[in-house]
Design a protein around this ligand. Structure first.
Ligand code: GDP
Ligand code: IMO
Ligand code: MG
Length: 442
């Protein structure tokens, strides 16, 4: 008997606050799903991560890649960057300029509590990685870890330091960063002018018109009935607490972070949609039980164009891991799933899905908290028939009954194994390559 998650049995009635979360190691297609959903929302909000994210949206012949800007910007929606995001001002300004060039109107509010990635942080990220040698994480080298470290160490700089012209906090950061670069690593600041308050302030100046109290704004937006979409970055298995530590990013990327990273109370968050690729990918180092280093893995990589949006690195590919997926759904409290990149599996037969792990001869369906153990588990697979038809979305698909029977079987297997309902299926990168189960109202 399958016990469905209680929240996923409720037919979703247009939630006012919806959180979209990646359930794997990032790049699940969150950007695409947020773009599709944002049509029916007033505001799209980022709440964690920074320019390590790369969210791709393809509308007709135009491809947009977002790092910090919420994806809703493509539709000219109100966008908010919450306090939990770490901002590289240069990257954000480039994104704003690219949108202007594309003649897209920008309606942006950036939290004055958000921390800033400075040139010091980017340099230290590189130095940390080199120093780790074999244990390096394969970070995106965008200064993410060092910026979150400084936030917690209370030596970081926030946008409010610039709106309030508080240069003392910059001095605190500068002396802390210099002591790491000079005393720990025995080197010098890469470019002292670029890393100076004068140079950094001149960049920040361009962002100041967008800066304000985003928590207060969101509270009044909720009170006036606006619908708010929260766009997660990275994925649950990269979460600093719940992911495959230490091979993780430096923020919480689970649904609970949507509240902390915006100042919106969690009681406002009505539903959580988990985005799950039909197979697994991972960029950077760290254990990956179902990784395929064979032709099937290469086929997924080529057909899925699995190359990092931010760094261009090839993404490692493997079979869908239901042990990890069940864990991710539990941590996030997903009400529903969006299953993406289903088209990439077309023509692969048979398909395998990992249903449990063998740990030294004992079968388990628990995702291990000790990451070292994850590198030793042997996946136990179920096999099922694949489909061969290319799927062109059409209105008849909206109850999924007209999808190839093998794909219906794949979806049904995921639903039964996880207790969560698949509400959306993505069969290509374009906005229109999306099938939404007509029973769900987003
Ligand atoms: P995100 O970080 O979760 O937003 O995902 P990325 O944008 O980094 O990576 C997903 C990639 O897959 C992008 O290039 C998307 O354009 C593409 N994509 C999204 N959904 C689909 C799909 O259903 N099929 C295919 N073939 N590509 C997709
Ligand atoms: P989106 O939002 C995939 C990975 C890096 C590295 C680890 C730590 O596009 O899904 P960091 O620079 O964050 O300190 O790197 O996390 N990583 C991502 N992998 N998608 C992402 O974002 C990622 N953001 C970080 O590759 O393994
Ligand atoms: Mg990405």
């Amino acid at each position: 008997m399958v016990i469905y998650n209680r929240i996923s049995l409720r037919i979703m009635k247009s939630p006012q606050g919806l959180v979209v979360i990646g359930l794997q190691w990032g790049d699940e297609g969150k950007g695409k799903i947020v773009d599709v959903l944002s049509e029916n929302f007033d505001i799209v909000v980022r709440f964690q991560g920074g320019s390590n994210a790369g969210h791709t949206v393809i509308v007709a012949n135009d491809t947009h890649k977002f790092r910090i800007m919420p994806t809703g910007a493509v539709r000219g929606k109100r966008t908010v960057i919450g306090n939990g995001v770490v901002i590289d001002p240069t990257v954000l300004i480039e994104e704003i300029e690219a949108l202007r060039e594309a003649k897209i109107e920008i309606d942006l509010l950036i939290s004055d509590r958000a921390h800033l990635i400075t040139p010091f942080h980017i340099q230290i990220d590189g130095l940390n990685e080199t120093a780790k040698g074999n244990m390096k994480l394969g970070t995106t080298k965008r200064g993410i870890g060092p910026t979150y470290c400084d936030k917690v160490a209370r030596v970081g700089v926030r946008l409010s330091d610039f709106t309030q012209r508080n240069s003392e906090q910059w001095s605190v950061l500068e002396s802390s960063a210099k002591s790491i670069i000079e005393k720990i690593y025995g080197t010098v600041v890469d470019d002292p002018y670029i890393a100076s308050l004068e140079s950094f302030s001149s960049i920040i100046k361009k962002l100041l018109p967008y800066v304000g109290d985003s928590g207060e704004y969101l509270e009044s937006a909720f009170n006036t009935g606006k619908r708010v979409l929260f766009e997660g970055a990275q994925g649950t298995l990269l979460d600093i607490d719940h992911g495959t530590y230490p091979f993780v990013t430096s923020s919480n990327c689970v649904s609970a972070a949507a509240s902390v990273g915006t100042g919106v109370p969690f009681s406002r968050l009505d539903a959580v949609l988990g985005v799950c690729k039909a197979y697994m990918t991972r960029v950077g180092t760290g254990p990956f039980p179902t990784e395929l280093k064979d032709d099937i893995g290469h086929r997924m990589q080529n057909r899925g164009k699995e190359f990092g949006t931010v760094t261009g690195r090839p993404r490692r590919c493997g079979w869908l891991d239901l042990v990890a997926l069940r864990y991710a759904i539990r941590i996030n409290g997903c009400s529903h799933l969006a299953l993406t990149k289903v088209d990439v599996l077309t023509g692969i037969n048979p398909l395998k899905v990992c249903v449990a792990y063998d740990v030294n001869g004992t079968e388990t369906s628990t995702f291990p908290s000790y990451t070292e153990m994850l590198s030793e588990v042997v996946p136990i697979y179920d096999e099922m028939a694949g489909w061969t038809e290319e799927i062109e979305p059409s209105p008849e698909h909206s109850d999924f009954n007209n999808l190839p029977s093998q794909l219906q079987n794949y979806i049904g297997f995921i639903e039964r194994s996880t207790g969560s309902k698949v509400a959306m299926v993505s069969v290509g990168p374009r906005r229109t390559d999306t099938i939404v189960d007509s029973r769900f109202r987003f």
